[in-house]
Design a binder for this molecule. Structure first.
Ligand code: ADP
Length: 582
């Protein structure tokens, strides 16, 4: 099979051309042959009439002379003359013995001549055994002779015909060859345009934005070029829209907190986002085509996907993933079609933080209940003792009431601290900060605590220095200082409590140092947790709520500052906070 359109076009046209020229040549040679026979018939008729005119009608011997004369002429011209009588018998024939010739009245040309017309026919001569053209004319006035027939061997006509045919064939061959050259050139030109369009279509297919087809001349190929150009620009627009859509989707999926993966019917990952990789402890998302089981290594998830496929419907499961960091996730698998080989969508929702918050809340409630129970039990116990006759016990009743008041104060302190924490932890906690001198606040708090320090036998001093402007809310800043001073005085048996202030770069800082028992290194990170106490009994005895430092840390953090502690067992402690100056 010819695979080149150009060759196919060429050969189709060439064959059509050959067929057309062959038909024309054959028809033409037929017409020519007939034309030659017709012309020949006219000259034979003329000869026959001349011969008829000289037939002597008297003596038989003179007719014999006429026949001999014609025979002599026959040998010169190649013509055969026959004189036929009315009854069809041949009287004389210049080529054959008339006596041997049969009745000629049935020959078509003789029949016509006997009927008074000129007869003309081509057939094979019985006597001579060759094809001949015959023309017979009536011989009027020469009774009993009726017909003069002149015949010529077709051989001559054939020879002429063959020569003409040869020439016609040569002309046809030259014409075909000439047309071949023209055809080859024309098909070549059209095919060059087709090849160019093919190349442009290939470039459009491979996404070349600069590919443009020729639109001229405005024929079918030109219009095909214009259609290709339109298709190309439409393709570009659609590709751009698709790319934008894909980028948006990738963007959304990439920035989602939930892990999302699309799995095909064979359990291979078609797409997965960064969050899913992160939740599963992988460095980067799985490449498309990665088997899900190999990427995830969590049999429960595998099983969940299998169940969603076999049973259908959305399957949800809360599970713990032991990726480097333990995670608690809610996995939901949604089949995206009814058939088993359809894709499924897996979404992992990270519940770790929510679970942690819930645990913190539960711990907090348990801690608060525990903290409340001790003073409440004590209150109830002493109140009942008083009611059960304690009021009459003059020796102890004042002491009981003092204990009741002490527990009430403790409860009040606890509730106040809880309220402070609740206020600070509100997501919309207002921060009304302004530039404020830390030294002024420190001086005020040192003055406020000087009495309790004196009672505890401690020297409370504020080291002198420059003013330290910080951006903060004055009331909260004083609460920080108060809590730190309260702790320092509360936990220091003897020695001193010193407050130092200063500015380093864009931060103002304050340190509250004491000569107390110090805090073991391993406990230091935890003392800012709510209700965490190093020495529980001592803290309670001193009326501590376990919330002071967590309030301090919260306030400092809320104002963009940092809180730290330096301490060594038996060497005292230094609590330091820093706040931005402006
Ligand atoms: P509390 O109300 O018990 O003082 P805080 O949150 O203020 O609660 O402090 C937490 C714990 O840190 C205290 O129970 C105490 O054990 C320890 N602590 C705080 N300040 C000091 C200090 N200056 N010296 C020694 N220990 C301290």
């Amino acid at each position: 099979m010819i695979r080149s359109l150009r060759l196919r076009l060429f050969w189709v046209h060439a064959l059509l051309l050959i067929a057309a020229i062959a038909i024309v040549t054959v028809i033409e040679s037929r017409i020519e042959r007939q034309w030659m026979l017709d012309r020949n018939a006219i000259s034979l008729e003329r000869v026959a009439h001349q011969a008829a005119r000289f037939i002597p009608d008297d003596e038989a011997s003179r007719r014999g002379d006429w026949a001999r004369a014609l025979a002599a002429r026959d040998s010169a011209t190649g013509l055969r003359f026959t004189l036929i009588r009315r009854d069809g018998h041949v009287f004389a024939d210049t080529r054959a013995d008339s006596l041997l010739l049969d009745d000629h009245s049935n020959r078509p040309e003789v029949r016509a001549a006997l009927a008074g017309r000129t007869g003309n026919s081509v057939h094979k001569s019985h006597a001579l055994g060759m094809e001949m053209q015959y023309v017979a004319v009536p011989a009027h006035g020469h009774v009993p002779y009726a017909v003069v027939r002149v015949a010529e061997p077709l051989e001559m006509v054939r020879r002429l015909d063959a020569t003409l045919e040869q020439r016609a064939l040569l002309t046809a061959t030259l014409t075909v060859l000439g047309m071949f050259v023209v055809l080859f050139f024309l098909t070549g030109r059209q095919m060059a345009r087709v090849s160019e369009l093919e190349a442009i279509a290939g470039r459009i297919g491979s996404g070349d934005p600069l590919a443009r087809a020729l639109e001229l001349p405005d024929d079918e190929l030109g219009r095909l070029g214009a259609a290709l150009n339109r298709m190309s620009s439409e393709l570009r627009d659609r590709l751009a829209a698709l790319e934008m859509e894909r980028d948006e989707r990738e963007h959304i999926l990439g920035h989602m907190n939930d892990g999302v993966a699309l799995l095909d019917g064979q359990g291979r990952i078609l797409h997965c986002n960064d969050s899913l990789a992160g939740l599963l402890g992988a460095d980067r998302p799985a490449k498309p085509g990665t088997p899900f089981a190999a990427f995830v290594r969590a049999p429960e998830l595998d099983e969940l996907v299998r169940r969603a496929r076999s049973v259908g419907g959305v399957r949800v499961l809360d599970l713990r993933l032991w990726t480097p960091r333990p995670r608690f996730v809610r996995a939901s698998v949604t089949p995206l079609g009814a058939a088993k080989h359809d894709a499924v969508l897996l979404v992992l929702h990270d519940l770790t933080e929510i679970e942690a918050v819930n645990r913190v809340r539960q711990d907090f409630v348990a801690n608060v209940s525990h903290e409340l129970r001790t003073p409440l039990t004590s209150l109830r116990g002493y109140a009942e003792t008083l009611l059960d006759g304690g009021l009459e016990d003059e020796q102890h009743r004042v002491q009981f009431v003092e204990i009741i008041r002490e527990q009430a104060v403790r409860l009040e302190a606890l509730v106040n601290d809880l309220l402070s924490l609740a206020e600070l932890e509100r997501p919309d906690a207002p921060v009304r900060d302004a530039i404020f001198d830390l030294r002024v606040a420190a001086a005020r708090q040192v003055a406020a605590f000087s009495e309790s320090a004196r009672r505890a036998g401690l020297a409370l001093t504020l080291e002198p220095g420059e003013s330290v402007p910080v951006r903060t809310e004055s009331a909260r800043l004083e609460q920080v200082l108060a809590n730190l001073l309260d702790n320092a005085i509360k936990y220091t048996e003897e020695g001193s409590v010193t407050v130092r202030l200063g500015t380093t770069g864009s931060r103002g800082w304050c340190e509250v140092s004491d000569t107390g028992p110090g805090i073991p290194a391993e406990e230091q990170p935890r003392i800012f947790e709510r209700f965490y106490r190093v020495d529980k009994a001592r803290s309670r005895e001193k009326g501590g709520t376990g919330l002071g430092l967590s309030i301090v840390k919260h306030i400092v953090g809320l104002h963009g500052g940092e809180m730290s502690v330096r301490s060594e067992l038996g060497q005292g402690s230094t609590f330091r906070f820093e706040l931005p100056t402006g």
